[in-house]
Design a protein around this ligand. Structure first.
Ligand code: NDP
Length: 438
């Protein structure tokens, strides 16, 4: 705490992992001897930089850029960039810390890192976003590379931003190093299924959790928070599997649509027109309602909600939200977002016997497919949608299996938090031991 003052989200993420580790340290004293816990908390490198850019009115704007290169024991640093006005060093550190264990859980050769800026792309023109991205990459280019650090998207960073960032990197280095970023467009080195991967992956993970109780998405009523990249494709996959998503949101409010979210309309509004979700209720008509300022977890419907998929942001589900979901018949919750469930809410869900899939496991499909994009770039190949989705599906099955088995092995059957934390930790800790004191 004294070493990292004022970084509440980072402290929360560290506590959540360390709470699971007592039983590991008892079995593996070598980790204690080598101070693995102390080392794993301290990023290998933290870069903070000024990002000057010129807005459409000709005024110079200044933002702050971050890249935290957390742990490279398993491979090059890998993790997204977040552009959102709330981003601080503490946010990036919490996300980077989570990323170490998530990446380890995928079983792929990728280390953990994260970055971003307090830049707010909302309301900015394409030209402004481009100038910001070019300035951001001008500094970031010194620290990234196919074998060093491979960023991707996160909140506020989608295909448009990755394009501008990659274009600037290409210009500065005078080489076409496809493997430096993932989430690229399909005609310039991207992978099919990367856009869909986090949302699809979270739904695949939930399917496996539901199966342990003899349940499935067929006929399930579902709430999804957010309406960005992860939320969109989670909704698509839930509908494909026979479930019905009856709520979605953005930072201005939530939409309740008891007849099921019309995904084509939602995508048209959010992806193409870049408008607010309030427009959805107006254009959808029927029984759809917009609840200004509300979260999706505030929706009061008459029918039960079986599955909750938080896909917006951290700490969005309070203890009271969790209690309400439990009373409404919740069977499973899987985190499409990073750390969306507060510690109090997790306790409520676990006490009620709700299946709880932590983000490290449930949303790892995005980074895993980024690793597949890196494989395709390295071999100058591009795989079909079906093949790549099949790989994603196998990876999510593997993560579920690894997580569930580890939880059993360490005396916490059904506890996916314990399973994910321990399975991820052991893989990284063993590599750190093997590489010596570095
Ligand atoms: P997007 O920017 O595409 O979408 C984010 C969505 O969440 C938007 O609807 C946004 O609303 C809403 N949102 C963001 N911040 C807040 C807030 N403070 N309060 C309420 N709503 C908010 O991001 P992604 O879909 O990529 O990311 C969503 C989550 O998933 C994040 O936690 C991210 O870390 C995590 N994640 C993403 C991965 C990926 O592959 N993209 C991989 C793994 C995890 P608005 O438009 O109004 O801001």
């Amino acid at each position: 705490l004294a070493r990292n003052p004022g970084e509440a989200e980072f402290h929360q993420a560290v506590h959540e992992v360390f709470d699971s580790l007592d039983r590991v340290l008892e079995k593996h004293p070598a980790y204690v001897q080598a101070s693995i816990l102390e080392r794993i908390c301290e990023p290998e490198r933290q870069i903070i930089f000024r990002v000057p850019w010129v807005d459409d009115a000709g005024r110079v704007q200044i933002n702050r850029g971050f890249r935290v290169q957390y742990n490279s024991a398993l491979g090059p640093y890998k993790g997204g960039l977040r552009f959102h006005p709330t981003v601080t060093l503490g946010t990036v550190k919490f996300l980077g810390f989570e990323q170490i264990f998530k990446n380890a859980l995928t079983g792929m050769p990728i280390g953990g890192g994260k970055g971003g800026s307090d830049f707010d792309p909302k309301g900015r023109s394409d030209a402004e976003v481009m100038r910001f991205c070019q300035s951001f990459m001008t500094e970031l280019s010194r620290h990234v590379g196919e074998y060093r650090d491979v960023p991707a998207g996160d909140i506020g960073v989608g295909g448009r931003e990755i394009g501008y960032l990659f274009g600037q990197y290409k210009r500065m280095t005078n080489q076409y190093e496809s493997g430096v970023l993932t989430g690229k467009g399909l005609t310039w080195g991207g992978s099919l299924v990367r856009t869909e991967a986090t949302g699809y992956g979270a739904v695949f993970f939930t399917e496996h959790m539901l199966a342990t109780k003899g349940r499935s998405f067929d006929g399930a009523r579902v709430l999804v928070s957010g309406s960005g990249n992860v939320a969109t494709y989670a909704i698509e996959k839930v509908h494909a599997l026979g479930g019905l998503v009856v709520g979605a949101s953005d930072s201005a409010g939530a939409v309740h649509d008891p007849d099921g979210i019309d995904l084509d309309l939602l995508r048209d509004i959010k992806e193409r027109r870049r408008e607010r979700i309030s427009v959805y209720a107006d254009e959808r008509g029927r029984r759809a309602k917009f609840l200004p300022g509300a979260s999706v977890w505030d929706i009061d419907g008459d029918e039960p909600i079986h599955v909750a998929l938080p896909c917006a942001t951290q700490n969005e589900i309070s203890e009271a939200h969790a209690a309400k979901l439990v009373a409404g018949g919740l069977i499973a919750l899987a985190e499409g977002a990073n750390m969306p469930t507060t510690p109090g809410a997790i306790r409520v869900l676990k006490d009620a016997g709700v299946l709880f899939g932590p983000g490290k496991a449930a949303n790892a499909g995005g980074v895993a497919t980024s690793a597949l994009e890196m494989q395709q770039n390295a071999s100058r190949d591009s795989w079909s949608f079906e093949h790549t989705e099949e790989r994603l599906s196998e990876i999510m099955a593997g993560i579920h299996e690894r997580t569930a088995t580890t939880a059993d092995e360490y005396g916490a059957p059904g506890d996916y938090v314990v399973g994910a934390n321990i399975a991820g930790f052991i893989r990284v800790a063993d590599a750190m031991l093997a590489l010596g004191v570095i």
